[in-house]
Design a protein around this ligand. Structure first.
Ligand SMILES: [Zn+2]
Length: 290
C-alpha cells in the first residue's frame, strides 16, 4: 500500500477538482476515498483489474468471450458505436441513473423479459446500492458513466482516470462485478479518454440511435426515435437526470415494436460478443445526448 499512496492522492485530488467543477456532489468524496485502494501503475495495463477486490463469498463471473472482445476493442483503442448485423440484435441502454425512475423502468423490463444495460453515475450508486446489486443479479449489466458527468475532454488525464476509477470501484462495491464498458457523458471522448478507459479495462461505448429522451420531447417522439434502430444498433435512453416518465412509458412499446419486427434484444456485453463490430465501424463517433 505504501508505494501507491502518492498516486492515490493524485487521483483523489483529480476527482476533487472535477467534483468542484461539477454539480456539487462534494459531500461524497471522502467516503469514496476510503474505498479506493488501487495502485495506479497496474491501472495502466489494459484488461487488468485495478483494485484489490473486497473479500466476497461469490467471486464475480466474467464471460471469457466478452473479455476477449473487450481486449480486442481496447487494443485498437476503438469506440463501440454499434455491433455487427448478425442475428438482428439490438441493445437498449440507459444512462444517468440510478434514480427514482430506475425501479419503475426495471419493473417494466422484467415484465417484458427484456435485457438492457445501465451506464450509471458513480456518485449516485451508494444511494441506490441495494437496487443496483439487485439489477446486476437480475442480469442487467451495470457500466461506468463517470463519477459526476463532466465533459471528459475538458479534464486532465488524472481527473479522467479518477472519474472512471471511482465509478468502477463504486460499481464493484455494489455488484461484486467490474464494469467492462464505459460511456462518456455527452458522447464527448477522444483517443486520450479511450486510452484511459482501456487502461481501466473498459471499452468506450456510445450509441447509434439517440432518442433525445432527456429533452422530454414526448413519449411518441422517444418511441419513434428508438424504432429507427437497425441490426446491431445501440439505443440511447436515460433512467436519470430528470423526469423520465416519458422514457418509462415508451420502453414497453419500443420493446414490443422491435420484437415484432424481428429484432432480438441483448445487453451490451452480449452484443459485443454475439455480433462484434467490423473494424470499419469501430471508429464512427457520436455526439449529443449521453
Ligand atoms: Zn449521461
Amino acid at each position: 500500500m505504501l508505494v501507491v499512496v502518492g498516486a492515490m492522492v493524485a487521483v483523489a485530488a483529480g476527482v476533487a477538482v472535477a467534483v468542484a467543477q461539477g454539480s456539487g456532489h462534494t459531500g461524497t468524496v471522502s467516503a469514496v476515498t476510503a474505498n479506493t485502494s488501487p495502485g495506479l501503475p497496474a491501472a495502466m495495463a489494459p484488461g487488468r483489474t485495478t483494485t484489490t477486490p473486497p473479500k466476497t463469498k461469490k467471486p464475480p463471473t466474467v464471460d471469457p468471450a466478452t473479455q476477449r472482445q473487450v481486449r480486442r476493442m481496447i487494443a485498437a483503442n476503438a469506440i463501440f458505436v454499434k455491433g455487427g448485423t448478425r442475428g438482428r440484435l439490438v441493445a437498449l441502454t440507459f444512462d444517468d441513473g440510478p434514480s427514482i425512475y430506475t425501479p419503475r423502468l426495471v419493473r417494466e423490463l422484467r415484465q417484458l423479459k427484456a435485457p438492457a444495460t445501465f451506464f450509471e453515475i458513480g456518485s449516485q450508486i451508494h444511494r441506490y446500492a441495494k437496487l443496483v446489486a439487485n439489477m446486476s443479479k437480475l442480469g442487467f449489466p451495470i457500466e461506468d458513466h463517470t463519477w459526476n458527468h463532466p465533459d471528459l475532454t475538458r479534464l486532465s488525464s488524472t481527473q479522467v482516470q479518477g472519474q472512471l476509477l471511482w465509478t468502477k470501484n463504486a460499481i464493484f462495491k455494489a455488484t461484486h462485478a467490474y464494469p467492462q464498458f464505459f460511456r462518456p457523458p455527452y458522447g464527448a471522448q477522444s483517443a486520450r479518454v479511450r486510452h484511459t478507459a482501456g487502461g481501466l479495462g473498459m471499452v468506450t461505448t456510445v450509441w447509434s440511435i439517440d432518442t433525445r429522451d432527456w429533452s422530454r420531447p414526448g413519449t411518441a417522439s422517444v418511441i419513434h426515435a428508438a424504432e429507427q434502430v437497425r441490426a446491431g444498433g445501440i439505443v440511447l435512453m436515460h433512467d436519470g437526470g430528470g423526469n423520465r416518465s416519458e422514457t418509462v412509458a415508451a420502453v414497453p412499446i419500443v420493446v414490443r415494436y422491435l420484437r415484432t419486427h424481428g429484432y432480438t434484444l441483448v445487453t451490451i456485453p452480449q452484443l459485443l460478443t454475439k455480433a462484434p463490430p467490423k473494424s470499419s465501424t469501430m471508429w464512427l463517433s457520436a455526439k449529443g445526448g449521453g
